[in-house]
Every structure is written in structure tokens, then in C-alpha cells.
Design a protein around this ligand. Sequence first.
Ligand SMILES: [Zn+2]
Ligand SMILES: [Zn+2]
Length: 72
Amino acid sequence: MPSLTASRAGDRHLCLLMMTAAHGAQVGASPRRWCSVCGFAAPYRCVRCGSRFCTRKCYGVHTETRCLKFVG
Ligand SMILES: [Zn+2]
Ligand SMILES: [Zn+2]
């Protein structure tokens, strides 16, 4: 059954394409993150407004001067 074999091959090919697309999406969904206070690489994020910051010091400056959402 040549047609059946071709169908299975097509399914595998489609699966590989989907996996590649998913992998590419993950890579593309990771934008460069910079501190909103000093502009340095920022691995952390403000839990209130989502702004990026690099250290607790910058986070403190952010919450006191730049945070968009103050609780209370
Ligand atoms: Zn910073
Ligand atoms: Zn904030």
C-alpha cells in the first residue's frame, strides 16, 4: 500500500514541523530584558506592574518613583 506509507510519512513530517514551530516560538518569545531604572540586564520583574529591574536596589527606586500601581 504505497498510499498508506506516504500518509504515515506525511504525518511524521507534519509532527516534526509542529515541533520545530513550537521550539522557534519559545526562542522568539524571549525578548531582551533590561532594567527599567538603569538599563542593565534585568532578570527580575516587578510583581505590581511587570517592569523589569536588575537588582533589589533598582527595584526599590522603581517602586518609589516609577511603579505604576501603588497598593492602597
Ligand atoms: Zn537596574
Ligand atoms: Zn512596578
